[in-house]
Design a protein around this ligand. Sequence first.
Ligand code: GAP
Length: 602
Amino acid sequence: MAEPKTNELMEKIVSLCKRRGFVFQSSEIYGGLNGFWDYGPLGAELKRNVKELWWNTMTRQRDDVVGLEATIIMHPQIWRASGHVETFADLMSECPVTKKRVRSDQVESQTGIAYFWTGASDAEGKVCAEPFSVLIPIGKPPESARKVAAQFYELRGIKSPVVQGERSEKLENTVLYHPESGARLSEPRPFNLMFKTYVGPVESEDNVAYLRPETAQAIFAQFKNVLETSRQKVPFGIAQVGKAFRNEVTPRNFTFRSREFEQMELEFFIKPDEAVEAAHGSVAIVPSSGHPGQPQANWGWQAWHQYWVEERVKFYEGIGLSRETLGFHIQTPEELAHYARATTDILFKFPFSKKDGQGNVAGDELEGIAARSDFDLSQHERFSGKPMGVFDDELRAAWAKLDDAKKQELSQRYHAARLKYLLKSGVEQARAEKQAKENADGLAKGQYIPHVIEPSAGVDRLILALISNAYSEVTETDDKGKSETRVVMKFHPRVAPIKVAIFPLLKNKPDLVNKALAIRDLLRPNMNVFYDDGGSIGRRYARQDEAGTPFCITVDFETFEGVKDGTAAGEKDTVTIRYRDDGRQERLRISELLALLMEKIR
Ligand code: GAP
């Protein structure tokens, strides 16, 4: 009975998101728009906190990463160079009756009775010889299948069709039929996921542009500008947070697969292994799991890849997603994108994540960490004609000291890697050979095109993970034996939309109210504070529990009492702080509040 429970939990989460203003359906008053979501007051705060934490961790806390904020619409050549125009497509099948489309790889397998017809005719002698088939559940009358067939032939101009050549057969675990109408799906066809638009007033092919399907490409296109203006040297990274758009065939699982979403991407540029080896004799070998520690000059792509996987897990742990809630998927060679050498996906165990045969949940993708080789910069160099390589003094000096055998070995390896890329990209053999030789000669002079490690996370998926992770229910029974179940959102204080709520015990006592407002004003410049004087304290706690507020402060009559003993209890200017997760309460000096809260939310 685990499956229905999972869906029930998801339904509760979706309902809470609307009720408390985390997430609303976009354009809801017009019936909504599939795959688009708005964030309400609490959701907007949560999202802002997550993006700021990511930005701080990935850029401001590091010396080797700088930021970028690029446009959503860019030169269309960018998407030709990146491969998106040609290959960013899902295979899609269509229901020939309802015209609804589904992603071919996402059709759930079904078992039922399939009906087949060879064609149909009408009373006027008109004939359609197109075969058709419908799958219906076992036990359903054949008329329901014939009704769909009639619709199919009517769409082909046959009035009140008389179907011909009917036969039926039981099919098990088939994925060939539309899950709603039962009609046999069309052959899968590629469907490009980029949203198209036109720049300027003329809607012509010359003016086509795309809404970016990832933020990464702007980073590659601006690589040289950033390098020249930031005084960074490889290895270093460029980070960006921003909107991305994909015309997903089947948006699903609430915000998990949306058509408009946000990404937080880092493109971390590293030296090719041959350059590291030339300078340091060898490339560091790191264990295949666990954090490899502080970056070292002799790290090759594998160490950097491992480093970023572990850094990203550390980030998730730091905002309340424990390792147990996460999973990992190392992509197989068949799964890897055309540009990737290796990709590790960090998964989160969402309420809708599927169980395997043993009942284990692997999870669904939260973030992918890809080793993208030098593919991206090489492509932009080829398509723009602008050099994307860097000059590395250390490499040139180190190369001069290598013996001839080592020079030859490294040169050959670099030549082979460049040739492989060029040939795969469709460059004609003789030109590719010439270019690869130039690249290998360049390496000896200290030049190379940087390789890239890319941790790419989805903001919306992370928000959904944090909401799912925070959701908990408590059942309390009052003195009269009446039980009530309510929701407590256990967000980590770092991401919680409201950090602290301030209550005066009674709203009709000006002293209490003024003191509470003064505390609000004291804390407000540093954190999101919510003032509430409505209803009983218990009700106010419950409302904040549902919003996920980790701390509630109450100003009561004791706040104005004089010192009774040496502790905060009984002293003047103290308040009660209540901790959401265990309901614990303690008395604190107002003067200590800011420091205590800052320590907890940082
Ligand atoms: N630059 C690499 C890249 O875009 P991706 O795996 O296609 O890689 C990265 O996307 C992340 O963006 C995913 O791990 C996911 O968190 C998020 N993402 C991708 N498609 C999404 C969608 N349709 N809705 C919400 N988030 C999405």
